[in-house]
Write a protein that binds this ligand. Structure first.
Ligand code: CDP
Ligand code: CDP
Length: 195
């Protein structure tokens, strides 16, 4: 059975950084599921059709990391048929040997509820806004308002809302360096594997 690591949490909490580092460390595949929603939103037109017809080219668009693409993703991500259209791809990805790390909003709760390790990564709103603003060269105050709006929409939607799985380990990265955050995540994986 492949070893699955599910990482969820709000915007810019550090999920992707930790997910990539774990995949490197353990030789696992990594899927940033946010990209699926960003690419679907960026395609325009009917979002359900867009989700069904995603291809590698769509996922490689250079503009997917922008704040606008994040907001568009969050709007189409509330549509149940869009989410449904993306499930099979995520399940196939998670089934790869020797293991996979998926990061997003609903991995531990909906996509991979039987994941061996579930992390819920958080950080204070201000820290997350500062990190994302630095990445995008944007204004931290504006970023704070945008992240809050997106987190609110993601946690209040009826289908697969952002929330920690009951058995998730919460990792607060507000005051952690990247190395320290990754070290804690690695320790959790090693604990579960019994290494
Ligand atoms: O994937 P998610 O949106 O949750 O966040 P990320 O892209 O992994 O991290 C957002 C930014 O915060 C990146 O620039 C990371 O380098 C930075 N970061 C950090 O400064 N300290 C951490 N402990 C984790 C991430
Ligand atoms: O990197 P960041 O945390 O800012 O965003 P992302 O992970 O790329 O996700 C963009 C948007 O896609 C989120 O705000 C969610 O609305 C949606 N999303 C989702 O609904 N479910 C997922 N598994 C991943 C992303």
């Amino acid at each position: 059975m492949p070893f699955i690591i599910a990482i969820d949490g709000p915007a810019a909490s550090g999920k992707g950084t930790i997910a990539r580092a774990l995949a490197d460390r353990f030789g696992f595949h990594h899927l940033d599921t946010g990209l699926l929603y960003r690419a679907t939103g960026a395609k325009g037109g009917d979002p359900v059709a867009a989700a069904h017809s995603l291809n590698a080219e769509d996922l490689a668009r250079p503009d997917l990391r922008s704040a606008e693409a994040g907001q568009a993703a969050s709007r189409i991500a509330a549509i149940p048929d869009v989410r449904e259209a993306l499930v099979a791809f995520q399940h196939r990805f998670a089934a790869q040997d020797p293991g996979a790390v998926l990061d997003g909003r609903d991995i531990g709760t909906v996509i991979c509820p039987d994941a061996a390790v579930k992390l819920y990564v958080v950080a204070s709103d201000e820290v997350r806004a500062a990190r994302r603003a630095a990445e995008l060269g944007a204004d931290p105050q504006e970023m704070l308002a945008q992240l809050r709006e997106r987190d609110l929409r993601d946690s209040q939607r009826a289908t697969a809302p952002l929330r920690p799985a009951e058995d998730a380990v919460v990792l607060d990265t507000s005051t952690l360096s990247i190395d320290d955050a990754v070290a804690r995540a690695v320790a959790e994986v090693l604990r579960v594997r019994g290494d």
